[in-house]
Design a protein around this ligand. Structure first.
Ligand code: NAD
Length: 496
């Protein structure tokens, strides 16, 4: 935390259709993870600033909910067009504040745009259902109505995509919206909201309040907020789910992950290697769907270990804006130290470091938070490392005798975000799909990220709630069901 300086961009808040500088005296530095440079400052806004945003959203709600859904989606069509036009600029911003490569940032933003496209189907997706003559002359219908003011709290690792799991669906269904980005990466949403400002949305429909824990608590406790969407680490997800629940709000809270892939000996080893290499080390391992543990069966133990070690050591690590770079830094010096300490701990607990990315220095970027791809072999299945979310470019290898043993590793994991299998056997794939205890399943897929028209699932400590982000789940989450039973007597129909 620092005091504001005159020279750095101070990220403003966007409330009731206006940009304004926060009145806080506490600011957090935004640092380029590849260069170590401070590039902006995020205000740690206070409860009064949250209240102003919620009041603006509450004032905008009555008129916005009466706006026909067909009219509510028109600004989203404009937004899609603007995001397409600005995708390079937005992706560069993601790379500068988050560290992932420009190519990865662009792929991320495509998923954001895809969610805008899907939310444009709200006039169809929001429809309820009805039945005539539930009793003679009596009809019954279920209609969906928006909740009111809703809020989302999002993490650092997808500054462009994750807000879009919520924002377009929330407003297309008639709610008004408050977003709190991660204080570590506020610039992508600052630019996105500048574009949102030009779409013709009425003031107060979307609001942006930057900050940290104080903003989160003010959102959780505000009586006019009806629903909270959260994505981040498991301890914070649990905290938010409990406090939102205690305050009578609905909540969907996506947490951390420790994703397993099982590699069977009959897998296409070249394809498996290439895909798992991208899943484990892409975005420097800071994806909630990154493969973190590879469980090999039979002779895959040796063939996969050798091929993945070769592929991972060939990855070009550097500043994500430089051409040809395939992997960027981790988010902060603290994160780099934490990841390196976990590698050391794994080694102490019996794992063998077959590829060591610690103490990496990248020429020209000596102040960057670089950890190169790291592979630990023979990680004891019961070690702390096997269960801990590392959130860095580290792949653990575990060997199992058969599928039963491999699935048991997945069962004992506290997380259930994603599980993948590489095989050429349909029967093995079917068994895995049926039994694997995770919400997102990949068969010969390394990052099983659901498209925007499917829910972004998650089980166990990776998700708290019922309805997920994206698609039909998002429509249901942001609406309340109202059931109407109607009787109109015969005498009425005879009168006219
Ligand atoms: P984080 O939990 O530290 O922060 C997430 C959000 O919560 C931020 O906006 C932050 O300001 C706020 N926050 C942090 N600490 C808080 C506290 N004590 N009280 C109230 N609010 C708090 O997560 P992160 O480091 O930004 O993101 C990485 C984590 O997110 C990883 O665990 C990753 O697995 C997870 N993640 C999960 C998914 C998923 O779909 N399940 C997707 C992306 C990221």
């Amino acid at each position: 935390m620092t005091v504001a300086t005159a020279t750095l961009t101070k990220v403003p808040n966007y409330v009731n259709g206006r940009w304004s500088e926060s009145s806080t005296r506490e600011w957090a530095d935004v640092t380029n993870p590849a260069t170590g440079e401070t590039i902006a400052q995020t205000p740690l806004s206070d409860a009064a600033e949250v209240d102003a945003a919620v009041e603006a959203a509450a004032a905008a709600f009555p008129e916005w909910r009466r706006t026909p859904p067909e009219d509510r989606i028109q600004p989203l069509f404009k937004l899609k067009q603007m995001l397409e036009e600005h995708v390079d600029e937005l992706s560069r911003t993601i790379t500068q504040e988050n560290g992932k490569t420009f190519t990865e940032a662009k792929a991320e933003f495509r998923r954001a745009i895809e969610n805008v496209e899907v939310a444009c189907g709200t006039p169809m997706m929001m429809q309820g259902y009805n039945l005539e003559d539930v009793a003679r002359g009596i009809d019954e219908m279920m209609i969906r109505q928006p909740l009111g003011v809703v809020a989302a709290i999002v993490p650092f690792n997808f500054p462009g995509m994750i807000p879009f799991w919520f924002l377009p669906y929330a407003i297309a269904t008639g709610n008004t919206f408050v977003l709190k980005p991660s204080e570590r990466v506020p610039l992508t949403m600052k630019r996105t909201f500048e574009l949102l400002d030009q779409t013709g949305l009425p003031k107060g429909v979307v609001n942006l309040v930057n900050g940290g824990k104080a903003v989160v608590n003010a959102l959780l406790d505000h009586p006019k907020i009806r629903a909270i969407s959260f994505v981040g680490s498991t301890p914070v997800a649990k905290y938010i789910y409990a406090r939102a629940g205690a305050n009578g709000k609905r909540a969907q809270c996506q947490g951390g992950a420790k994703n397993h892939v099982i590699v069977l000996p009959d897998a296409d080893m070249q394809m498996a290697t290439q895909i798992i290499n991208d899943s484990a080390f892409g975005c420097a391992g800071q994806r909630c769907l990154a493969v973190s543990v590879a469980v090999t069966i039979g002779e895959a133990q040796k063939t996969f270990r050798d091929s993945i070690t070769e592929a991972a050591s060939a990855l070009r690590v550097g500043n994500g804006l430089d051409q040809g770079v395939q992997m960027g830094p981790v988010i902060s010096p603290q994160s780099k130290s934490r990841v390196e300490a976990l590698i050391a701990q794994g080694e102490k607990q019996g794992a063998k470091v077959v590829l060591d990315g610690r103490n990496s220095k990248i020429p020209k970027y000596e102040s960057g938070n670089f950890v190169k791809p790291t592979i630990l072999d023979n990680v004891p299945a019961t070690s702390e490392l096997a269960d801990t979310e590392i959130f860095g470019p580290v792949l653990s290898l575990i060997h199992a005798n058969d599928m039963d043993e491999a699935l048991a590793f997945l069962e004992r994991s506290p997380y259930g975000n994603q599980a993948s299998l590489f095989t050429s056997s349909g029967a093995a794939a079917r068994r895995f799909r049926y039994e694997a205890p995770a919400g997102n399943i990949g068969i010969n897929i390394g990052v099983a990220a659901p498209m925007a028209y499917f829910p972004f699932s998650g089980w166990k400590d990776s998700f708290f709630g019922i309805l997920h982000g994206q698609g039909r789940d998002a429509i249901e989450f942001f609406t309340e069901e109202k059931v109407v039973i109607e009787r109109w007597g015969k005498e009425h129909s005879r009168k006219f």
